[in-house]
Design a protein around this ligand. Structure first.
Ligand code: HEM
Length: 197
């Protein structure tokens, strides 16, 4: 008979959960990349109006942000700090990065996890907005819809993240927040596909 092995410990390691989520996002990206190629999208007339590397930088930032989110959610750290914009009443929690060795802070310390995930979220949103702005001004054709989606979804994702914090991480907002991450990831990939040609 097959058994799960989860007798004494019902929680899965946040690190393993993060790797699992990372694989899912890599598969999603590869599938979408191949699908866009198969449908010969985008057409030649479509231009991003940005350096080739710009959407790849955004994708890298979103990927790291998704990993930070997975470590936060995977260690049940969401409800640990339910205030915003501060974290436990402080802009930079005094307990952040307090564990030894250093890497334990990423998987176990909720103050560090909130600090990293929230700060990275703001950075992702700013880069996404910049790409959207420049792409809308200098881009052409369908690529302009892709950069618009990047900007709008990034802002929605930050708003959803803040809501999740303030509502103390209930199921549905957390799930929607995860879905938002997947949509943002796909929108950034579509921009990268346009820039790649
Ligand atoms: C803009 C880019 C962002 C992306 C791509 C992103 C992505 C993610 C992902 C993938 C998760 C893990 C979800 C899960 O596995 O259940 C997560 C969790 C979380 N995020 Fe974000 N996030 C972003 C911004 C933010 C911001 C700005 C905040 C708050 C100010 C925030 C608050 C949270 C919280 C509280 C959780 C834990 C939810 C739970 O306990 O299930 N996120 N995020």
């Amino acid at each position: 008979m097959v058994t799960s092995g989860l007798f004494d410990r019902l929680d899965v390691s946040p690190f393993r959960l993060a790797i699992h989520l990372a694989m899912a996002f890599v598969i999603l990206a590869l599938s979408l990349w191949v699908a866009l190629g198969a449908f010969a999208w985008p057409k030649q007339s479509s231009k991003l109006g940005l350096p080739r590397w710009a959407p790849f930088v955004l994708m890298a930032l979103v990927f790291v942000q998704i990993m930070f989110g997975a470590l936060l959610a995977g260690s049940d750290g969401g409800p640990a700090y339910a205030d915003w914009p501060k974290i436990g009443g402080e802009w930079i929690p005094s307990t952040a990065f307090g564990l030894e060795p250093l890497w334990h802070n990423f998987t176990e310390d909720h103050a560090t996890q909130h600090l990293l995930h929230r700060s990275m979220g703001y950075l992702v949103a700013m880069v996404a907005l910049l790409i959207a702005l420049v792409g809308l001004i200098r881009g052409q054709g369908a690529a302009r819809w892709a950069v618009l989606a990047v900007g709008v979804v990034a802002m929605g994702q930050v708003a959803l993240g803040i809501h999740t914090v303030l509502l103390v991480s209930p199921f549905w907002p957390s799930l929607l927040h995860q879905l938002g991450a997947a949509i943002l990831w796909m929108a950034a990939l579509v921009c990268a596909r346009v820039a790649w040609r």
